[in-house]
Design a protein around this ligand. Structure first.
Ligand code: ATP
Length: 241
């Protein structure tokens, strides 16, 4: 039977009077990749932000992470137990160096040996960041900033990472690099919950995908099932397969 790292059960969320999530239920398998697809305003970002503890407000439903209930917990608490997010745009610190940005991702860790190991790991994963270790974050290219944001998320040694539109604004070749890295991170044992406008790319790496429409999941299945679904192809992938 599948073992889940994350389970979202009938999640509702309101921004004031706006009922943004209307009963989202989804599971992320241990070591799985789940992609959320859908048009603008469907509720993808809200789902990630609520799970990650970044937004508070009226809600209903439950979120479970490795056997414990986590809905309503702060991002800080969630980070300590292995949930990382890279979801507020790139939001790197432009006036800090690459290394300093990475250290911000390890701020909850008191174990220097572990921090050193994590730094070495992210520099192996992103050699370009090692080359630019002392450079200010703000001077990096868009793709490098995205890499830095993901690398910073990995500095807390997460078991699951949530990524919101990692390909946004990046050139196609860089998008390929970013997706290769997401797969590499996943191979290393980190589960992934991904929101991505580039549906074709997202589906190519997803074990499971959910399509959101107006705060509800209207379709879900394996990445290849969803990629082969005519209505999805027409709505999100363009007519050409
Ligand atoms: P996008 O790709 O545009 O980010 P999305 O699928 O991530 O879309 P959300 O950003 O989660 O969608 O938005 C879901 C709904 O909640 C939309 O109707 C949106 O207008 C509304 N919404 C999002 N953020 C807020 C906010 N801070 N205050 C009020 N309403 C919001």
């Amino acid at each position: 039977m599948a073992e889940y790292i994350l389970q979202v059960k009938d999640l509702h969320f309101w921004y004031g009077e706006i009922h943004a999530l209307k009963g989202i239920s989804l599971n992320v398998e241990k070591n799985g990749v789940v992609s959320l697809l859908g048009a603008n305003g469907a509720g993808k970002t809200t789902t990630l932000q609520y799970i990650s503890g970044l937004i508070k407000g009226k809600h209903a439903g439950e979120i479970w992470y490795m056997g414990q209930r986590i809905d309503g917990k702060s991002a800080h608490t969630l980070s300590k137990i292995g949930i990382a997010q890279c979801i507020e745009g790139r939001r790197i610190f432009s006036q800090l160096s690459v290394r300093e940005n990475l250290m911000m991702g390890a701020y909850l860790c008191r174990d220097n040996a572990k921090i050193k190991r994590n730094l070495e790991y992210v520099f192996t994963l992103f050699p370009r960041l090692l080359e630019r270790e002392k450079q200010m974050g703000g001077t990096l290219s868009g793709g490098e900033q995205q890499m830095l944001a993901i690398a910073r998320g990995l500095m807390s040694n997460p078991k699951i990472i949530m990524l919101d539109e990692p390909s946004l604004g990046l050139a196609p070749l860089i998008v390929n690099d970013i997706f290769d890295i997401i797969q590499e991170i996943n191979r290393e044992g980190v589960s992934v919950l991904l929101v991505e406008q580039n549906a074709r790319k997202a589906l190519s790496i997803a074990d499971h995908a959910c399509v959101l429409e107006q705060g509800r999941i209207v379709k879900q299945g394996t990445g290849s099932e969803i990629a082969a679904d005519e209505s999805i192809i027409n709505a999100y992938l363009g007519a050409k397969k």
